[in-house]
Ligand binder design. Sequence first.
Ligand SMILES: Nc1ncnc2c1ncn2[C@@H]1O[C@H](COP(=O)(O)OP(=O)(O)OP(=O)(O)O)[C@@H](O)[C@H]1O
Ligand SMILES: [Mg+2]
Length: 365
Amino acid sequence: MRGGKTVGWVEFEKVTKKFGDVIAVNNVSFSIEKGEFFTLLGPSGCGKTTTLRLIAGLEIPTSGIIRIAGEDVTLKFPGQRNVAMVFQNYALYPHMTVYQNIAYPLVVRKTPKKKIEERVKYVAEHLQIDTLLDRYPMEISGGQQQRVALARAIIQTPNVFLLDEPLSNLDAKLRLEARSFLKHLHHELETTTIYVTHDQSEAMALSTRIAVMNEGIIKQIGTPKEIYEKPADIFVAGFIGNPPMNILEFHTDGNSMILDGQKIKIEKIHGILKKLGEKAYLGIRPEYIKLGKEGDLVGEVYVVEPLGVENVVTLKLEKQYLKVLTFEETVFKPGQKLWIYFRRDKLNFFDSSGKRVAFENEEET
Ligand SMILES: Nc1ncnc2c1ncn2[C@@H]1O[C@H](COP(=O)(O)OP(=O)(O)OP(=O)(O)O)[C@@H](O)[C@H]1O
Ligand SMILES: [Mg+2]
């Protein structure tokens, strides 16, 4: 503790990184606890890689302070930070075999040969590259190269793992298997991990906390559940979940909501409607909507997409569309008119600027 504040294992204090006119990271602050699996999630170009490179010491911030393990490392060289990084473009040593690439960080640390062999075997088997150990990087595929780069990082025991989209080039099945292995490994080693992805399901599955970024700014930091249930704004709401949260524009006359010409009666809603102003947004996840013979408003089935166990039903209101995830056997047909019911405990409201407005009795997260 320092001044009553918990000291994090990796800390950013008002860090900004500019490249000429581009502000890649804009006044970002966060504090990551030791042992966390912390994910930076956001669209292409939002500043994820730059943030990792700042932690690794491959970039120096334009302003702000970076601390690792209680030490100010803002101006320290990469070699002085004890971090292991997987780069988005792998950066394997071309003149070394796969085995030598993976073993390299341990060879440098003069780890006993036997121990190195054991560790290489363990990670290579779990990442399914154990048959490639004698080949050179040129002789293996992109997805295989990516797994070699990942193996080379996770063979180490650093202060922090920095993993930049380490599974992006793998096919769907392998990606899921490697994801489970990473989670297992984190459970086993408890090494603080900072993970970058633009895949929301990966972020949800792996992380203790997620930071959602957009245009160099952190929009929200929270547990996967907090981010899923109470997104800070419309951007976060639309980025998480598959299909993402429905965002429906409505207006209010102070007492009730009017959504595409239909008046919706929701109990105990007056307080929040007063806070919202005339135009606002309702946010509701597709799995928290029920379809049937009664409900809040009527919509017409636009399209039905079967995904195996569940169906995604898109409904058209007067102008807006919404998606419903249903696990029922009921067959819905395009053109069919249905009542739509919103689960009361799962409603989110956003003001005209897109910012979430909390209910009075709701705990702030
Ligand atoms: N060396 C550089 N020189 C100039 N601009 C840069 C440099 N590196 C990054 N940028 C810019 O900074 C912004 C953030 O880039 P960054 O690589 O951090 O994004 P990212 O979130 O990792 O994106 P992606 O998902 O596509 O990898 C982008 O607008 C990018 O063009
Ligand atoms: Mg990147």
